[in-house]
Structure formats: structure tokens, C-alpha cells
Design a protein around this ligand. Structure first.
Ligand code: GLU
Length: 292
């Protein structure tokens, strides 16, 4: 049976989950826009979650700046935003629950000791090699193929154990790993639909198996295209993509809109942009495979 997302209210709940490692750029706007439009077209809620779990990458003040950027583009979130850094107890609870079910083990491997690519070979799966100590903690993946349908990319399948192997949920630097916190947060917040960039398509199978192990329903997912620079590289903060230009917000919105495959809208302001864009989005993506 396919997992079908629900938050008990039967209502669509989406989210935008930026990492505050810098201001939003034209690439991150695509994910923000698509998740906003999908939520509004479904008369749902759109939550804002600041993913500041990876503290070394956090740029002080970027969270507030991102909120200003969203407001300047006429994008309004529902409820109060959450910060992952304030939710550490939840992640610990999830970790403890997995550990109690024998789904977690300590791993002593350093990056240098692992193959440069491919799945984790399972070196510490049956216990630490003599004289070694735990550095990171891994989730024990069960054999099997994960199958699901991405709303943009269609049917997907991945053998997580073969392709990724047991993956890290608590890092050697003591921080919770993205894969764990995103699953816990989406579950805890009752998210029914994930809309985000295609770079995370490949993480979805891992997140689904983790969600199942935690007894959480995994949301419907849609992975929208990434914006690339002239050299074909994904626009990202690590690649020093420029912050969005907010002098002409409608122009900035139209660029992201066109990158999502639509024709530019000739509208006077942001409010009119969103009204029209929501209708067009609904016409194209209004029907989800399983509904909510
Ligand atoms: N925080 C992630 C990012 O900024 C997004 C995570 C997600 O949407 O699942 O790339």
C-alpha cells in the first residue's frame, strides 16, 4: 500500500525549508515559488521552517533576511516559523526510538577509510572493529526496493541499501544529519506535501525508509528543476550565487516562473502575479496522484 500523507485534518500543508547559509538567490526562489503556489492552489497552508541545524554553515542574520526577501516578493507564510536549532529534543527522541528498535549503530569509519563513492560498505554494521570508537551514528537500512511517484518526475525506485547503504543520522561533529531532522520535522509538523529542488530527489527514498521506521507517513513529493549558471552548475550559495534582485520584484518572480516552464505574466505587481500564477499552477498541477 502506498503511503499517503495526512495530518489528521485532511488539509494540504506544505512548507518552505531554507537553510540560512545566505540570502535566497534565483535558484532557491524556484523551490520557494513552487511550494507556495502548490499550497495556495490547494487552498492549503504554507509553513516556513528555518533549517539551521548545520551550524557551521549558518550565516548570522540570514534567517531574518530570507523572511524579508519573501515578504518583498509578496509571499506570506502561515503560522509562526520554526527553527530547527530549537527542536533538538525532538531529534533526540526520534534517535532514541530508532535505537530502541535496533535501527542505529555507532560507526568508527573516517572519510578516508571509505570508498570515494557508492554505498557505505557496512564496516561497522556488526560492531566496531577492535580498538575503534564511535564517531558517527548510522541508520540500519533493510534490504528492498523503495518505490514511489514523484509528482514532477513520475515513478521512482531505489534500492537504498545497495545504492546508499546505512546512512548517517548523527554526524561525527555531534550534529543531527539533515536526513533525520527533515523527516522528523515533516512528520511532526503534519506536512502533507513536499515541494523542493531536484537536488533532493535522490534523498527521498532514504527519507521514506526513515519515516517508515519512525512510524511517520511520508508526504507526497514534487522535485522542481534547478536553476543552473552559464557553465551548467547548479546555482547555490556554495557557488556564490548572487542574492535575488528585489528592485523589480515582478521581474524576479517572472524569471523563476519561466524557469518552471510557464510564460511570463504581464502583471502590475506581486499580488496580481500570485493571483494569476496560482490559477495557472492549479490548471497544471492541481491534481495530485493520491490526493490528500
Ligand atoms: N534546507 C534544504 C535546502 O535549503 C531544503 C530541505 C528540504 O526542502 O527538504 O536546500
Amino acid at each position: 500500500m502506498a503511503l499517503s500523507a495526512t495530518n489528521g485534518t485532511g488539509r494540504y500543508r506544505g512548507r518552505f525549508a531554507p537553510s540560512p547559509s545566505g540570502p535566497l538567490h534565483n535558484g532557491s526562489l524556484l523551490a520557494a515559488m513552487a511550494s507556495y503556489l502548490d499550497a495556495r492552489a490547494h487552498h492549503g497552508e504554507w509553513l516556513l521552517r528555518i533549517e539551521d541545524i548545520d551550524t557551521p554553515r549558518v550565516m548570522p542574520g540570514a534567517d531574518r533576511y530570507i523572511m524579508q526577501q519573501l515578504r518583498a516578493l509578496g509571499m506570506h507564510w502561515d503560522g509562526t516559523p520554526v527553527w530547527q536549532s530549537e527542536r533538538l529534543a525532538l531529534y533526540q527522541q526520534a534517535f532514541d526510538a530508532l535505537a530502541a528498535n535496533g535501527r542505529v549503530y555507532g560507526c568508527a569509519c573516517t572519510r578516508q577509510e571509505l570508498p570515494p563513492e557508492g554505498a557505505y560498505p557496512g564496516t561497522c554494521r556488526h560492531g566496531l572493529p577492535p580498538g575503534k570508537r564511535t564517531r558517527a551514528w548510522r541508520f540500519r537500512v533493510e534490504p528492498g526496493t523503495e518505490r514511489y511517484t514523484d509528482r514532477w518526475h513520475g515513478p521512482q525506485e531505489q534500492d537504498v541499501l545497495a545504492e546508499t547503504g546505512d546512512f548517517i543520522i548523527k554526524r561525527a561533529d555531534g550534529l543531527w544529519a539533515y536526513q533525520l531532522v527533515v523527516v522528523v520535522d515533516d512528520g511532526d509538523q503534519g506536512i502533507t506535501h513536499i515541494v523542493r529542488g531536484a537536488d533532493l530527489l535522490e534523498s527521498t527514498a532514504r527519507q521514506r525508509v526513515l519515516a517508515r521506521a519512525l512510524g511517520l507517513r511520508y508526504p507526497e513529493a514534487m522535485h522542481v528543476p534547478l536553476l543552473c549558471d552559464e557553465t551548467g552548475r547548479k546555482l547555490s550559495k556554495q557557488n556564490h550565487a548572487a542574492a535575488m534582485d528585489l528592485h523589480d520584484p515582478v521581474l524576479t518572480l517572472n524569471k523563476a516562473w519561466q524557469a518552471l516552464g510557464f510564460e511570463a505574466l504581464s502583471v502590475p505587481d506581486c499580488a496580481a502575479f500570485w493571483d494569476t500564477a496560482v490559477e495557472r499552477w492549479d490548471g497544471r498541477w492541481g491534481q495530485t496522484p493520491d490526493g490528500v
